[in-house]
Structures are given as C-alpha cells and as structure tokens.
Write a protein that binds this ligand. Structure first.
Ligand SMILES: Cc1cc2nc3c(=O)[nH]c(=O)nc-3n(C[C@H](O)[C@H](O)[C@H](O)COP(=O)(O)OP(=O)(O)OC[C@H]3O[C@@H](n4cnc5c(N)ncnc54)[C@H](O)[C@@H]3O)c2cc1C
Length: 453
C-alpha cells in the first residue's frame, strides 16, 4: 500500500475536538496531519451549525478561536446564564471555519480532506498505521501517535477497543437533528409573540436593551416552546410530521436570522441505510417546520428558508471504553480527579431515544475530566477525544457538549505531541508536566476549587 506520509501525530476527524488536538500538537512542534472524511473543518460546530456551546469554554485553543471570531464581530464572548447554568455565547459557523483555517495554517498542520479512515494496523496492541480511502485509491498514514476524534470512535473501534452504544438496556441512542436556518424574520415582532404567550414558552433569553431592530438580537437571542401553538395547528388540520412537540429558536449573525432546532430522527448513526433515510426525512421535517412558523408564528410572515445544515446532526454513537469510565455519580458529585485535564460545567443534555422529550440539567460548579477517559483500553499509540471519550450513558450527555469536546481535544493534542517527542507510552504520560502546560494555556483543571464563570 502506498504511504501518503509519515507524521509525529495524525489526528482523525476535524470536528471541534480534532481541530483542537491538531492545533495543539503542531504548536508543540509535532509534524501533524489532520485527516477528515468531509470537505470542511469543524465538524458539527460548523457543518451542523451547532454554534452555541453549552457550558463555559475552558480556555485553550477554542477560546482563541472564539476571540478571532469576536474580533470580526462574529461571536458573543459574554458568559451568559440560563436555568441550566453558565455558558459561552454563540458564534457564526463560517467565521469559525475561517478562524480554524487561519489557525491551522499558522501552526502548519497538513490537512487531508475527503479521506475516511477505513482500516488500521496494530502491532502488539499499539496503533501503527491507518488506511484512508482517498480519490486515488487506498493509502496509508504512519504516525508515532494518533488521536481518534472521529466522533464515532472509528479508529479505536477498528483497532478492537471495546465500546458502548446508547442505553445499557437496549443500546438505543439520542435522536438526530438537522438544524434549519431561516432568514428575513422580523425578530422584534416574534419577541412580541413570545411575550404575549409566556405559558407556551419554556425559555426566553432576550438581550438587555434589545428593541425594534433585528440588529439588536444578533447572536444572543434564544426562545424555546410553542407546544400549544403546534397542538392548535394540528387541531386545525396542519400536517405536523415532526416527532417533537416544541421548537428552539436562536439568532445568528445575519440580522433577521433564526436557527431552528426542531427536527428529529431516531436511529443508529452507524448504519448507512439509517443515515441516508435521516437525510431525506429531516429535510421534509425542516420544510414542515418552516411552513408552520410562516403560518402560525408572528414575525415569520416574510421569512425565507435559507438552508438545512449540511452536516447531519448525529448526537450519539460509540463511547470508547477507556482506562476509566466517567460516571453519572462523578458528574453529579462534581468530582475532582487527580489526573484532571480540565474542568467542565456542560449540562446534562439528554434527548429521549424513543419519544420527544429532552432535558437540560445543570452540572453545578462542574466536574473534572480524567486523562484516563482519553486512553482507550488495551491500546497504545492512540488517544480519543471529543464525543466518543469514555463515559457512561448519562455522563455522556454532558461530555458530548462542545466545551467538553474542545477540552479533551486540547489535552489529547498536547499529550500526543509529548509522546511523539519523547517516545513515552500514551498510557504513561507524565501527568504534572501535562497539567502545567494545560494551565499555561488558560485551561482550568479544577484542582484548586475553581468555578467556571
Ligand atoms: C443536533 C445537535 C445539537 C447539539 N446541540 C448542542 C448544543 O446546543 N450545545 C453544545 O455544546 N453541544 C451541542 N451538541 C453536541 C456537539 O455539537 C457535538 O457533540 C460536538 O460538536 C462533537 O464534536 P466532535 O469533534 O467530537 O465530533 P464531530 O463534530 O462529529 O467531528 C467528527 C469529525 O470526524 C469526521 N470523521 C468521522 N469518521 C471519520 C473517519 N472514519 N475518517 C475520517 N474522518 C472521520 C467527521 O466527518 C467529522 O468532521 C449538539 C449535537 C447535535 C447533533
């Protein structure tokens, strides 16, 4: 097999976790390749339009990317509060993509797009080589250390690491959602409608001082609800085909832009038939939601359907089993692990694998993520980062959030660069040195009673 290249660190998957890992590894001097199946960077936070991190972004590269966006007026850098806790404001997905490209170029990461990893080679439980399906055929990449930030844990699973999927009882997972972007909304008029129906809303965040201009609501408006309105429309004969009874609206960078979280599709995100069906059905649901708001919600009379997010919003697939499995009790107990790689206050964000319920629940002052959750069981030469880290089904509902994924990516990149440079085993990383470097990058480890705010 032709070798595409030999690297110090190869990162698989360019979502938020993979981008953090690649930037961090390269800035430590590692020759780094970032391999991505799609033709864009950022994964769900750009292509899925998931632009509102739940929980506070804990320093590091992601905070720097947000600063770059904010300098262009394309991110809200205020820490805001909701009933489920403190969180970092939202950003624009294309501004984020631009910031990611600039940063990857600054630190000289090689990027290979349209290159899904389809096979791996291990020697005595050590990951040595990955095989990519690229346009010209199959090629391999050799690296001293790999990071599996594929979201699905493809690399670790191909290497034979055990994994869990979904609920312990039946392995069913959280549903998929495609975000819907609508423009030319009269947001002040929409806010009037929300305020006139407080009993039909479960969340309403209107920026202080916002008035009659769409510009007053850029990047910082959220509303959730409209259960009664949907029921009323159905009673009048409207064909609501969506298996969910409420809508979340959040504003974007374009004046009059609202992003709708409303679609829902239940199924296994590792099954190609399910994934293809989801792409079709979620689009039909998106058109249905648009027809509904145009007809029944004030402010949408002249709204224009801009897009369905290009990357399918798969919430949950594999959770790779690591040297430690983070548990619900750890998160609820705000546990502080000695091998913390970062503090996290992302809420439990759970969507019912069967029905239409979803819950957001605060994780209080936050818990720490142990390095062992990034170290896959019985495998060396590889760290996992992002939503596939080692956690139980409930802890996962917190660690899947963007701030947690960014934190694990940062630590994985740093640890990978260290192992590549020194030859240290990935299961035997000198902890104090890693933690000191993370702290120097502004990451709060949570070992000194810190609270993210
Ligand atoms: C609908 C929805 C709503 C959400 N809402 C919120 C929210 O409000 N707040 C919040 O904080 N979080 C939210 N999340 C969660 C959060 O967005 C994701 O969990 C997080 O962005 C995942 O980041 P990641 O880097 O782990 O994975 P991803 O962003 O999925 O990136 C993985 C990358 O790996 C690539 N890849 C996959 N397999 C391979 C392979 N074999 N070879 C090469 N490349 C591969 C993919 O193409 C992708 O680019 C939401 C998620 C969804 C789906």
């Amino acid at each position: 097999l032709e070798v595409f290249g030999a690297y110090d660190v190869a990162v698989v998957g360019a979502g938020v976790a993979g981008v953090m890992a690649a930037v961090r590894a390269a800035s430590e001097g590692a020759r780094t390749l970032l391999v991505e199946a799609s033709p864009f960077l950022g994964g769900l936070v750009t292509g899925g339009r998931l632009t509102k991190p739940s929980g506070v972004v804990n320093g590091g590269v992601f905070a720097e990317l947000l600063d770059r966006c904010a300098e262009r007026g394309a991110a809200d850098r205020e820490v805001r509060r909701s009933y489920w806790g403190a969180y970092t404001g939202s950003f624009d997905s294309e501004a984020m993509q631009r910031a990611i490209i600039e940063t990857l170029e600054d630190v000289r990461v090689d990027v290979l797009f349209r290159a899904p990893v389809v096979e791996v080679r291990t020697e005595e439980h050590r990951l040595r080589e990955i095989v990519l399906q690229v346009k010209s055929g199959r090629k391999s990449v050799i690296a001293k250390v790999f990071v599996d930030s594929s979201g699905d844990g493809d690399l670790a699973a191909l290497a034979g690491v055990p994994f869990a999927i979904g609920r312990a009882s039946d392995h069913r997972v959280q549903p998929m959602t495609a975000y819907v972007r609508v423009v030319n909304v009269d947001i002040p008029r929409f806010v009037e409608d929300c305020r006139a129906h407080p009993d039909d809303l479960s969340d309403l965040v209107v920026p202080a001082g916002a008035g009659e201009r769409n510009e007053d609501y850029i990047l910082n408006f959220v509303a959730t609800g409209f259960r009664k309105r949907i029921a009323q429309a159905q009673a009048e004969g409207f064909n609501w085909i969506i298996p969910k009874d409420h809508i979340t609206f959040k504003s974007g960078l374009i004046p009059g832009e609202l992003n709708l979280n409303v679609t829902r599709f239940h199924g296994n995100g590792l099954d190609e038939r399910v994934l293809s069906r989801a792409e079709l059905v979620l689009r039909q649901q998106a058109y249905c939601a648009f027809d509904f708001v145009r007809r029944y919600v004030r402010g949408f009379e002249k709204a224009i359907f801009l897009e369905v997010a290009p990357k399918l919003g798969v919430r949950e697939t594999r959770r790779i089993i690591g040297r430690y499995v983070l548990t619900e009790a750890d998160v609820r107990g705000e546990r502080r692990f000695g091998d913390s790689i970062g503090l996290c206050n992302a809420p439990f964000s759970a969507h019912d694998p069967d029905g239409d319920k979803s819950t957001l629940e605060s994780t209080g002052n936050g818990y720490t993520i142990p390095l062992r959750c990034l170290q896959p069981l019985r495998l060396s030469g590889c760290f996992v980062a992002g939503r596939c880290i080692s956690a139980d089904e409930v802890a996962f509902t917190s660690t899947r959030n963007v701030p947690a994924c960014a934190t694990t990516g940062e630590a994985a990149g740093l640890a990978a660069a260290f192992c590549a440079r020194t030859g240290a085993d990935t299961n035997d990383v000198p902890l104090i040195a890693l933690q000191q470097q993370l702290e120097r990058s502004g990451v709060q480890l949570g070992l000194h009673g810190e609270v993210l705010a």
